[in-house]
Design a binder for this molecule. Structure first.
Ligand code: SF4
Ligand code: SF4
Length: 281
């Protein structure tokens, strides 16, 4: 975990990360997400992003690595879910790992469609993964997700929650069997899942997750949860203390954009503009 600024707080001022915005679509609809913007729980809502093809992403990375040699992590975190369009994600991971075998490859997903790709990802060299698990109860997941699309069928309510949870836990178990370092993201939505965090922490710790990152809801206009309150700093502090009894909490997440570049908390706008120029071709 040493050189990954998200997994190791001591690296955050030394090593930079880049998120390649190659994932165009999503396989679920979270009630806090407006897909016209960056989302995937790894981003700051309200900031629009561009999309790159796998080849454009590689071209960008080659230019970036000359300007920013301290990049240690290359990730895919949106703007949709990486496994809603697995062919794009897998092609990107293959291209990137072939060109930059020494860099850490990291993906962030809701886990719904990840399972069939885990073994191949390990063979390519994926070492770090984030799975967003917002509840371990189907009835709560029914309140958090408007729909879940799995194997070309759309599920709503608890049926959607059942499928999502089953796949997420299966993926967590398998990724740990394959020795991937796994972070769990949980978006704290007051009145919906904030009282269930201990249960989530216990479950993911039992399955071997390495760290848990609780992210306060950022209510986005035009979403179901637009009028939910933002969890207070005090409430988030208490949540992290509860989490700490079961699993190491991540405390320095900066909710990065899906096209973030640079050290955590200080995005490099020059390079983000460069991504925009590439995506225009
Ligand atoms: Fe948005 Fe990510 Fe939820 Fe998909 S999984 S709806 S991209 S926040
Ligand atoms: Fe790391 Fe959080 Fe940024 Fe993801 S959103 S890259 S976990 S700091």
């Amino acid at each position: 975990m040493n050189n990954h600024p998200c997994f190791n707080i001591d690296s955050k001022d030394k090593y930079a990360r880049v998120h390649l915005p190659v994932a165009p679509t999503c396989n679920v609809q979270c009630n806090y997400c407006d897909r016209r913007y960056d989302c995937c729980n790894e981003s700051r809502p309200g900031v629009s992003s561009m999309l790159l093809s796998p080849d454009q992403a590689l071209y960008f990375l080659k230019a970036l690595s000359e300007k920013m040699p301290n990049i240690s992590v290359i990730g895919i975190a949106g703007p949709g879910d990486p496994f809603a369009s697995p062919e794009i994600t897998m092609r990107t991971v293959r291209l990137v790992k072939k060109e930059f075998p020494e860099k850490i490859m990291c993906l962030s997903t809701n886990g719904l469609d990840l399972f069939p790709y885990i073994d191949e990802l390990v063979e390519i060299g994926l070492s770090h993964l984030t799975i967003t698990i917002n509840s371990v109860k189907s009835e709560t997941l029914a309140k958090l997700y408007r729909w879940v699309r799995y194997n070309k069928r759309v599920y709503r309510g608890e049926a959607g929650g059942d499928i999502l949870l089953e796949q997420q836990l299966r993926c967590l178990q398998r990724t740990k069997e394959r020795c991937i370092v796994v972070k769990i993201n949980t978006v704290i939505c007051p009145g919906i899942n904030d009282s269930e965090v201990e249960e989530i922490a216990q479950k993911v710790a039992d399955l071997g997750a390495d760290t848990m990152n609780c992210i306060p809801l950022y209510p986005v206009e035009n979403t179901e949860f637009a009028f939910l309150p933002i969890p207070s700093e005090e409430a988030m502090g208490e949540i992290k203390s509860v989490v700490a009894q079961h699993i190491r909490p991540m405390k320095h997440c900066t909710r990065c954009r899906a096209d973030a570049v640079g050290l955590l908390g200080s995005d490099n706008t020059e390079m983000i503009n460069f991504i925009g120029q590439i995506s225009a071709f």
